[in-house]
Design a protein around this ligand. Structure first.
Ligand code: FAD
Length: 500
């Protein structure tokens, strides 16, 4: 359809809606009319408070000042995720952001580490990662690019923030840049009779809002993409069977940890997200193996502060919309699909969907080739993250519950099985094209959950043992020294971005 796009309507004012509004208002420089409709009565999902480092790029592009954003959202810093009880009960490892050790010539650091580990001459992986060590010691500072040869130059980090405050903050930014907000509940969606494109959304008040391009950020329901266009949903719950979450805030603990924690329970897992004014907690569980009362009991027994509100339940089905872009509707956020927040990827998926939409921006109409390419790239991204999340369930050795035994025994997608097989042969990890998680992410989870490679890269043997030992020790030493000079996470926040 070749009509010029002038009016963009965003349906929904949660994280997806306001991130989309902020990015489009910034990048399109006022050349389009952008209108956002949200319903106070329906509200937002109100969870989604942990991110991954790519969000810094969103802030840069949107011209958001980090300190201002942290103060406004009661934010804290995140260096990775601590996984507790995932491999076996009692296990604990951190998936830290950024690099691991330092590669030498063509051989990856972890290959030397595996070799030296087998000889009893290497320490825990933590000790070769600046972010893992800083997390262990509750230290934080941002990267120092002015020290290029120091691990301090390699500190990759993300944020934890209050989801409601984040939406409010982005609303302020968007409105300043010309986005028009309308409060009201959409009662119906009008489709064009000739091509089935969305023509307008009609509010309960009777107001009709017409548009050329609609961005569906209406949450799980998918008001436009599903209710109106019936795009279809691909269900992945046979691989990721958790289908409910209970969320509850509690008072902050005495130490402000710079990482998210994920603790596996008998039929799911619990998140812990530290913020300046409270700690966010939630129990993601599988209703086929655990009832709601049990799930709530476990959640409340595993808090480290007094409860601040009643637990709130959220139901979901893991999977993705068959097409994220259908006709003149692009689904962004929960309307496009759902992967449980084990690796904090949903907000990133919002960001990458926005970037992709801008890459294929339909200024003068909808080109089926470009729409298909958008959908192909979205699927690739979703499926690779799906595999990474499944790995956490598959690679477990727990024998204390039927849930975990079934997860360990389940067949997984071929793409994931291929990665596991390669790793188990010689500890090698491959990154498929530009998939989100790099080799270091996969490696940390595979080692952390006790997948045992049968061998390692033979080229790692070319370095004499003494030299390999020195090389590992030098990395470990310099990281240990850096950690001593870093401020605590709490001190850093107090100095730079404490909420008023
Ligand atoms: P919502 O927040 O649900 O917003 C939907 C909007 O649409 C609202 O403004 C609503 O009012 C509006 N709307 C709906 N219907 C109508 C209507 N009829 N008329 C008008 N307006 C309407 N992601 C992460 O990256 N990290 C995490 O740690 C994380 N944790 C999560 C934990 C859980 C349990 C869940 C379920 C999700 C989590 N996510 C996480 C995902 C994250 O919460 C979402 O990606 C994010 O909040 C975006 O939600 P949204 O904006 O798509 O939907």
């Amino acid at each position: 359809m070749q009509t010029a796009i002038k009016n963009i309507v965003i349906v929904g004012g949660g994280t997806a809606g306001w991130m989309s509004a902020t990015a489009l208002a910034t990048i399109l420089r006022g050349q389009y009319n952008i209108r956002l409709v949200e319903s106070d009565e329906i509200g937002i999902v109100g969870v989604g408070e942990a991110t991954i480092p790519m969000i810094q790029r969103f802030n840069q592009v949107a011209g958001i000042d980090e300190a201002e954003f942290m103060k406004a959202t009661q934010g804290s810093y995140k260096l990775g995720i601590e996984f507790v009880n995932w491999g076996k009960l009692g296990d604990r490892y951190i998936h830290g952001f950024g690099i691991l050790g330092q590669d030498l010539w063509t051989v990856r650091f972890d290959q030397y580490w595996q070799r030296m580990r087998a000889l009893g001459k290497a320490h825990e992986l933590d000790e070769y990662s600046i972010t893992r060590m800083a997390a262990r010691h509750n230290k934080f500072m941002p990267a120092r690019p002015d020290l290029p040869n120091s691990p301090l130059a390699d500190i990759a980090y993300a944020y934890h923030f209050d989801a409601s405050l984040y939406a409010r903050f982005l609303r302020g930014v968007s409105e300043q840049r010309g986005v028009r907000r309308t409060e009201g509940k959409i009662a119906s969606v009008a489709l064009r009779s000739d091509n089935g494109f969305v023509e307008a959304v009609v509010l309960e008040s009777g107001e009709r809002i017409e548009g050329d391009l609609f961005i569906d950020c209406s949450g799980f329901r998918g008001l436009l993409i599903e209710d109106a266009l019936q795009t279809g949903y691909e269900d992945w719950s046979h691989w990721l069977p958790c289908d409910r979450a209970l969320a509850v805030p509690c008072k902050s603990a005495s130490v402000l940890t710079p990482y998210t924690r994920s603790t596996a329970h008998t039929a799911g897992w619990q998140w812990r997200i530290p913020l300046q004014h409270r700690t966010g907690n939630g129990h993601v569980y599988c209703s086929a193996f655990m009832d709601d009362a049990q799930a709530q009991d476990i959640l409340l027994k595993n808090l480290d502060g007094d409860v601040l509100a009643e637990p709130r339940q959220i139901k979901f089905k893991t999977g993705m919309r068959k097409q994220g872009w259908n006709r003149n509707v692009v689904a962004i956020g929960l309307s496009s699909g759902f992967l449980e927040p084990l690796e904090s990827t949903s907000i990133h998926l919002i960001q990458s969907s926005i970037a992709r939409l801008l890459q294929f921006f339909p200024d003068s109409g909808f080109n089926p080739l470009e729409v298909a390419e958008y959908n192909r790239q979205s699927r690739f991204e979703y499926e690779r993250i799906r595999d990474f999340v499944i790995l956490h369930y598959k690679a477990n050795q727990r024998d204390d519950s039927e849930f975990w035994k079934q997860c360990a025994a389940m067949p997984v997608p071929d793409t994931l099985q291929h990665k596991i097989d390669l790793f188990q042969a010689r500890g090698r990890v491959v990154r498929f094209d530009n998939e989100l998680f790099a080799e270091t992410g996969w490696l940390q989870v595979m080692h952390g959950q006790n997948l045992k490679p049968q061998g390692y890269d033979p080229l790692a043997d070319l370095l004499p043992v003494e030299e390999a030992e020195k090389y590992l020790e030098s990395i470990r030493d310099v990281i240990a020294q850096c950690i001593q000079h870093m401020p605590t996470h709490a001190d850093y926040i107090a100095q730079h971005c404490a909420a008023p």
